[in-house]
Design a protein around this ligand. Structure first.
Ligand code: LLP
Length: 385
């Protein structure tokens, strides 16, 4: 996170851009890796959270596998030097060429999300003369108690296969010659802060594993997905997420007969190390008295507030003013939802001040767009200042 010194160094750069605190990223990785080692858990980084090459380089040093959501993500991971043998690939809509690429690369598992997909993977693996390891992504029907836009685990969701369908189609699944069911996969949602949700997940997994085994379906590993949330309200209070708590819950509640347990964390690894740095362009006051600060970033650099109503803590890192005022912070895009925050109190803020929009390392840059033909934002790294 930003010290005054860093803020001074940042003043000279052209805004908006992402600033990454690489020390914090390393601390986070050390924490996740050391606690996971204690229990023998396997960690994949959900690359959709951030594809920045420097970030990937650092993550690679810590030996994490990768979780992908597309052929493009797989290619990015492999080109960045990650071992295909550590890659899992989920997604409700995999194109044939993406499935073919995954099989050719020999990835660890394709996490299949429909019975029809299993048949297609089988056919393509057959054409290639291979047997592909897959995991069945089962929808466990659990409420992850998070923003409904990022909830994936409830019965009506587009993600995963219902458990009923898996058991109904077991003969079909067993009949496939070029697909080996090597795992069970579940992912119930993102930004999960109520950790007891992971206890419900364990209970569901235990019953699924017990039942499938009694039906004679054997498999090697269980992948419980990602979803661990971060503290957006007070990032300084919790710069490194509480991996120890979630791992302790999983370790004490999950009963999978010694099978390796995999996780796919995105946000928890990269959210807190990234901040979006933006300059104030203009101040104005609406007819209703609302004080508006227009910054040079927008939803094209960070779409989370506009898309999900997400909160990001914002600070003015250059103002020396003693007086504080209430502001609405808006971006430059031609969209009414392009608002970073409303009614926040900051030191008097004016043209040229630098603001930081915190906890933006996950799903910030990776969701950036060129709407309004904005340039994509650049990146500045603490270890290159
Ligand atoms: N595994 C699967 C199968 C996923 O779909 C996801 C995220 C993850 C792992 C990683 O979840 P995480 O540990 O980051 O919570 N753009 C949204 C988040 C979308 C999450 C999509 N799937 C946001 O900005 O909040």
């Amino acid at each position: 996170m930003l010290s005054r010194q860093v803020a001074e160094a940042l003043r000279k750069r052209e805004t908006p851009y992402y600033f990454y605190d690489i020390d914090l990223l390393r601390q986070t990785l050390e924490s996740v890796v050391s606690v996971a080692r204690k229990y023998g858990f396997v960690i994949h980084y959900a690359i959709k959270a951030n594809y920045d090459p420097h970030i990937l380089e650092v993550i690679k040093e810590y030996g994490l596998g990768i979780d992908c959501a597309s052929g493009g993500e797989m290619r990015c991971a492999i080109e960045a030097g990650f071992d295909p043998q550590g890659i899992v690939y989920a997604g409700v809509g995999k194109r044939d060429k993406e499935i073919r690429y995954a099989i050719e690369q020999g990835i660890f598992a394709i996490n299949c999300e429909s019975i029809q997909e299993l048949g297609v993977v089988d056919a393509i693996a057959g054409e290639l003369g291979k047997v592909q390891n897959i995991a069945l992504r089962i929808n466990p029907d659990i409420d992850p108690k998070t923003n409904k836009c990022i909830d994936t685990g409830q019965a009506d969701s587009k993600f995963g296969i219902s458990y009923e369908e898996v058991t109904e189609k077991l003969d079909f699944i067993r009949s496939l010659k070029h697909v080996k069911v090597s795992g069970i996969h579940l992912h119930i949602g993102s930004q999960i802060r109520e950790l007891h949700v992971f206890e419900y997940l364990c209970a569901k997994v235990n019953s699924i594993v017990g039942h499938l085994t009694s039906l004679g379906l054997d498999f090697d590993f269980v992948d419980v997905g990602g979803g661990l949330g971060v503290n957006y309200d007070f990032p300084e209070n919790e710069p490194v997420p509480n991996f120890a708590s979630v791992f302790a819950i999983i370790n004490s509640h999950l009963k999978v007969d010694g099978r390796p347990v995999h996780f796919e964390f995105g946000r928890a690894i990269v959210a807190q190390c990234g901040e979006l740095i933006t300059s104030v362009l203009f101040n104005k006051t609406t007819a209703t008295g609302r004080k508006i600060v227009v910054v040079d970033a927008s939803m094209t650099e960070l779409i989370r507030p506009a898309l999900y109503g997400s909160y990001h803590n914002i600070e003015n890192i250059t103002s020396q003013a003693k007086e504080r005022e209430r502001y609405t912070i808006v971006g430059t895009a031609c969209e009414s939802t392009d608002v970073f925050d409303e009614g926040i109190t900051l030191p008097r803020t004016q043209r040229g001040d630098l603001l930081t929009i915190k906890s933006a390392g996950a799903y910030g840059m990776s969701m950036a767009s060129r709407y309004n033909l904005h340039d994509l934002p650049g990146a500045v790294y603490s270890d290159e200042l």
